[in-house]
Structures are given as C-alpha cells and as structure tokens.
Design a protein around this ligand. Structure first.
Ligand code: TMP
Length: 218
C-alpha cells in the first residue's frame, strides 16, 4: 500500500558530486518502501524555471552576481508554486536536486553577496518551506570538476557557466557547505563520496532510515 506521508528532501553538493545519480537511487529506494516520490531540481523543475535555468547556465552569457542571485530566486519562486508545494500537499515525498543551501554556498560564500539578504530572499522564494532533511555530498572540487567535465564531454558542452568558474571559487563553495552543515547539524547530513556510488548510497540509506524511524514513517 502507498504511504501518504509527505516530506521534503534536498540533495546538495559541489560540481560532480553525484547528486543526480544518488537522487534517482534514493527515489527508487523510497518507492520500494511504499512512498510516492517526485524528483525535481533547481534551478529548473518547471517549464518557466527551466527557461531561467537555460539563461543561468549558458556559458556564453555574462551575468552579474546580483542578477544571478535574483534569477536563482525567481526560478525557485516558480518551482515552489508549481511543483514543490502541490506535491507535498498531495502526500508525495519531494526530492529536490539542489535548493536554498546552494544559493548560500554559491552566491553567498563564493560570490560574496550578503548572506542575510540571501536568507531573506530564500525565505520569500521558498515560502519559508525548509527541507526536512538535506544530504550534502562532499567531493574535493578538483576531482568533482574532472568528473563533471567527463560527463559533459559526450554533450560537447565543455562545462556550464558555473562549472567554468575557478578552482578557488569551487573551494569557497565547498567551505560554504561545510559551514552550513556545521550550523544545521540536525538537518544537513554530510556524506562522503570518494568511495564510489554504492558506498555513498549505503550511507544515504542509513541516514534516511534513521530519519524515517525518528519520524515514525517506517
Ligand atoms: P546542476 O544542477 O547541474 O548542479 O547545476 C546547477 C548549477 O547552478 C550549479 O553549478 C550550482 C548552481 N546554483 C547556484 O549557483 N545557486 C543556486 O541557488 C542553485 C540552486 C544552483
């Protein structure tokens, strides 16, 4: 029987950390447990938000930091109303590949925009809906960028606008995620990715099972 318990999971991490693969594996795992699951992503996830994603990630565009921040939040506002809120209301588990922590890590810690303003905008765009649990998949930026580029190679993209940023930028993003994980230890679970897909999945499943038990959802 399908379980009608809704909760909100986000998956975060630097470039090439394996979020997309792990999100799909987690969806499958939860469905096998009887949950109804929707998998979505940011930026994007709805028709309009995906259009904004195309602007944000186009490597031939020059986007100033404030415009970048506003576009991520604009995409989020649309995505929240069209996908996240209605699915949570219908009793689905929503897994979102990136969410508000990415904005703090990338636009706050790496681009140096004011974190208090970002928090306010995050709250406005997300209607103050906060993830119940967040998996931060950690990868050493040098390694992650190599992985991301090898995935993109087939598409001949040579990397999107953010992937093309300097190693220094990506190190700041990672430091940002570390600080967020330290600040919100009850919500953000830091997961090591260097031991491969299976080991990473095992650690995510262990953490989700603990969460489900605590919430009486198993
Ligand atoms: P990805 O979904 O393929 O990881 O690509 C999304 C890119 O957008 C990634 O480089 C991280 C970046 N990003 C931000 O800079 N701020 C945000 O708020 C979000 C959601 C993503």
């Amino acid at each position: 029987m399908k379980k009608h318990k809704s909760f909100f999971i986000t998956i975060e991490g630097g470039e090439g950390c394996g979020k997309t693969t792990q999100s799909k594996l987690l969806k499958k795992y939860l469905e096998e447990k009887g949950f109804k699951v929707v998998l979505t992503r940011e930026p994007g996830g709805s028709v309009v938000a995906e259009k904004v994603r195309n602007i944000l990630l186009n490597p031939s565009f020059k986007v100033v930091p404030l415009c970048e921040l506003m576009l991520y939040e604009a995409s989020r506002a649309q995505h929240l109303e069209e996908i996240i809120k209605p699915n949570l209301k219908k009793g689905y588990v929503v897994i979102c590949d990136r969410f508000t922590d990415s904005t703090l890590a990338y636009q706050g810690y790496a681009r140096n925009l004011d974190k208090n303003i970002i928090k306010k905008l995050n709250d406005i765009a997300s209607c103050a809906i906060s993830p119940d649990i967040t998996f931060y998949l950690d990868v050493e930026p040098k390694e992650g960028i190599k992985r991301a580029k090898s995935v993109n190679k087939g598409k001949l993209t040579g990397g999107d606008r953010i992937e093309k940023e300097s190693l220094k930028f990506h190190n700041k993003v990672r430091k940002g995620f570390f600080e967020l994980a330290k600040k919100y230890p009850a919500r953000i679970k830091k997961i090591e990715t260097k031991n491969g897909i299976e080991e990473t999945q095992k650690n995510i499943i262990e953490a989700i099972n603990k969460f489900l038990q605590k919430k009486n959802l198993l």
